[in-house]
Design a protein around this ligand. Structure first.
Ligand code: GAL
Length: 768
């Protein structure tokens, strides 16, 4: 029996002061809520205490009682009725405490947790600077497991071949039976014993397109009776990095991923299941990627399980950031490796273990040990480790390198051979971009476009180079960080999304590479005044369509094809629009083709160089038009106003139709917005109190009458909850770059609730 132990905890910020002034909290819990930015990271560092009082049932007599903590950041000492029963260091892996001998059946019992959340602890990732906040708290769930003494302690499932697994069960019980069950509950294979191998020819494979899952239902049997049962979900598949790429089930697949931190505004790491899952859903369906790296630590089991279900590949790694500490610290890193592999091994989505401290120097002595742990426990996966140093020692199988060489106008990525001499090993780009070009949602259009193009460039370079298995650009969303990093306000604006997962333009680069759904995002608002000297430059349309047709005030201008010349290897290169006059001089002014071309060249040159600095070639062209076609200077001025400046009259409406297979699949209109309203969406509106509270991530965007983001709408937004939900974060926020968000969570009561976002209301049904 598993009993969720997430409600009715008492929490005190000062463990030594006791629980007299403690407050009642629910898990997941963050030791301290923090502001959106300008954070004092000392606020969440403390030695805090959690207390849970519970009545032990008489029926638990003779049972094994285990308390499982899924995440206690960062050093936990657990007491039961005043006796120390357990200790665990590492805020990113789970642990179990055996409280059997300390619990008084039929009585009230007290669990106390002394939790040290300080970043000065001598454990990974601590010891030097870190580019992310390491929030504290009992930020994942806790469960009380009431078990038969011959319970099943652990089930390890290794993928040893395409449809082959090796299963190892730890239990005191002499008779263990395992059934492999498909999604319909049908048993497709069975085995008896605690260590066995199975070949299941009829098993369907797990893949990114068809993520079929199975469950190993393991039962401990005594005298024909099942005394304990553990179900572990897994998949049949093989993953292999070779010198020429990554192979899933023997088929080569380019990895297009992103890095993800597990953090959220205000509450840091503390988010329940559905919000964790939502990030996986965003990656799969909004960003269209096929992989994610859990930088720089093992992340929520809920998140990884959702990756299993959705078919997202995962590169997960031990906690750490550049620094390697003393012998005790290293021992902890080895222990972390062991815990990570054991606890996450069953996930088919995980394709690679990161067993080096992110971006650390070579340390063969340590990495021999971490590699040995991973390889001994799991023969089905290779190891890697993320480095920024070139030609470093490779004790792992796969060389993972943070390639920050792209700066906008050079090659997207370095060739493998310039990074490592290990030409027979797999090679992976584990980070790129990031700090090379921080981008805020409220940066100007050119900046936002450059950000997007840098992502397009590195992706293109990855696709072009068969030596590169895949890429994990930095990163999925903006995140809070320490003073040594970020923009001085405690935020690294490195995301393709903002902290609330609102998309920046760069998101469209990823979304447009997938064929799952039509995508058409135009890089420009088409307002020339946003650009120096009014020169709008090239407009990029990130689309997976065959072409884009441009219309001006409903009149066809020209059709544009994807730019294979600039992005030869991308599945879907962006469409570059550099001619906003197109056929208009023919269709609207009645010019013949040659005259129209000459006039267009003159007009575009005026836009580019200004009327007083025109190149001689253009001056000559205009002189010819005057001489042979009777053009006057005033005609030029009028045509310029009409086709370049687009001044006067009604505001110009630009329509971009994305066409695929001869059909319009998506249409975007840009025109100066005059009427901004809020668009509010929630990750879910049916919230369900289960093992703990539920929450919804709410995204807020200011959009104009054409549905386009109003990036300079920075106005206040009032958030007001009514009914049985609570708001996480402040009640008044301002949008940043036209975007913002908040979270709402349930509070144990059923009913209908609503969140008011200025004049927009969003309703929630709560099922408690
Ligand atoms: C890397 C590091 C990441 C992040 C990134 C910013 O060096 O591994 O954690 O700091 O730089 O671009």
């Amino acid at each position: 029996m598993n009993i969720a132990f997430n409600n009715d905890w008492l929490f005190t910020e000062d463990y030594d002061a006791g629980f007299d002034n403690a407050v009642s909290v629910r898990l997941p819990h963050t030791a301290k809520e923090i502001p959106y930015n300008y954070i004092d990271c000392r606020d969440y560092q403390m030695v805090c205490g959690y207390r849970k009082v519970f009545t032990a049932s008489e029926d638990w007599q003779g049972k094994k009682l285990l308390l499982r903590f899924d995440g206690a950041a960062h050093e936990a000492t657990v007491f039961c009725n005043g006796e120390k029963v357990g200790y665990h260091a590492c805020g990113y892996t789970a642990f179990c405490v055996d409280i059997t001998d300390f619990v008084k059946p039929g009585c009230e019992n007290v669990i106390d947790v002394r939790l040290d959340t300080q970043e000065s602890l001598n454990i990974p990732p601590f010891g030097f600077v870190i580019d992310y906040l390491c929030y504290g708290g009992l930020y994942r769930e806790v469960t009380l497991e009431v078990k038969d003494p011959e319970y099943i302690q652990e089930v390890l499932i290794e993928n040893t071949g395409l449809r082959e697994i090796r299963v190892r069960v730890s239990s005191e019980c002499g008779n263990v039976v395992t059934d492999i069950v498909d999604k319909n509950g049908k048993v497709i294979s069975s085995a008896v014993g605690k260590a066995f191998e199975l070949n299941v020819p009829e098993a369907e494979l797990w893949s990114v397109d068809s993520p079929t899952l199975y469950t190993a239902r393991v039962r401990a049997m005594r005298s024909g009776e099942c005394v304990d049962e553990k179900s572990v979900r897994f998949g049949f598949r093989t993953v292999r990095f070779k010198s020429d790429g990554f192979y899933l089930n023997g088929e080569r697949l380019k990895i297009r991923g992103l890095n993800r931190h597990q953090s959220y505004a205000y509450v840091g790491y503390a988010m329940p299941k559905s919000v964790q899952e939502f990030d996986a859903e965003i990656l799969k369906s909004e960003l269209g990627v096929n992989a994610v790296r859990t930088s720089h630590y093992p992340q929520s089991q809920h998140f990884i399980s959702r990756c299993d279900e959705l078919g997202l590949l995962v590169f997960t790694e031990i906690p750490g950031w550049q620094h390697i500490g003393d012998a005790d610290w290293k021992q902890q890193a080895v222990k972390n490796t062991d815990e990570m592999v054991r606890q996450y091994m069953h996930h088919p989505s995980i394709m690679l273990w990161g067993v080096r401290i992110n971006e650390s120097q070579d340390c063969d002595e340590l990495y021999r040990r971490t590699n040995a742990v991973a390889h001994t426990l799991d023969s089905g996966r290779q190891t890697s480790g993320v480095r920024y140093i070139e030609k470093s020692h490779l004790l792992e199988d796969v060389y993972a390198y943070n390639d920050f060489s792209h700066c906008g106008d050079n090659a997207g990525l370095k060739p493998k051979k310039s990074v490592t001499t290990k030409k027979n090993n797999g090679y992976l780009v584990s980070e790129c971009n990031g700090h090379m070009f921080p981008t805020k949602p409220f940066d100007d259009e050119r900046h936002r476009l450059s950000h997007a193009l840098r992502h397009a460039k590195v992706l293109d370079a990855m696709y072009a180079d068969s030596d590169i298995s895949g890429i994990f650009p930095w990163c999925m969303f903006d995140y809070n960080t320490h003073q040594d990093f970020g923009s001085g306000d405690g935020i690294c604006y490195h995301g393709v999304m903002d902290m609330f997962r609102n998309p920046k333009l760069a998101t469209a680069v990823y979304a447009s590479q997938s064929d799952d759904k039509p995508c058409c995002v135009v890089s420009s608002s088409m307002d020339i005044g946003e650009h120096p000297a009014g020169d709008i430059g090239k407009v990029y349309v990130f689309t997976n369509a065959d072409c884009v047709r441009l219309y001006k005030d409903g009149v066809f201008v020209r059709e544009f094809a994807p730019s294979r010349d600039e992005y030869p290897a991308l599945p879907h290169p962006p469409v570059i629009i550099d001619d906003f006059i197109g056929e208009l001089l023919i269709t609207q002014e009645g010019f013949d083709e040659k005259t129209a071309q000459a006039v267009k060249e003159c007009l575009l040159a005026v836009a580019k160089f200004g009327p007083s600095s025109l190149p001689p070639k253009i001056l000559a062209k205009f002189a010819r038009l005057m001489l042979l076609k009777g053009f006057k200077f005033s005609d030029g001025v009028e045509l310029y106003g009409k086709y370049v400046g687009n001044w006067g009259g009604e505001a110009t409406k630009w329509r971009f139709d994305a066409v695929k297979g001869g059909r319009i699949v998506c249409s975007v209109t840009h025109s100066p917005g005059q009427c901004v309203h809020l668009e509010v969406s929630a990750s879910k509106t049916r919230l369900c109190e289960g093992d703990t509270y539920d929450a919804a991530a709410v995204r807020i965007r200011a959009v104009d009458e054409y549905g386009n983001l109003a990036p300079y709408w920075q106005e206040p937004v009032i958030l007001k909850c009514s009914g049985p939900i609570e708001l996480t974060g402040p009640e008044i926020i301002s949008l940043k770059g036209g975007s913002g968000g908040c979270y709402v969570k349930t509070c144990g009561i059923s009913g209908t609730a609503s969140l008011g976002v200025n004049d927009v209301e969003i309703k929630f049904e709560i099922n408690a």
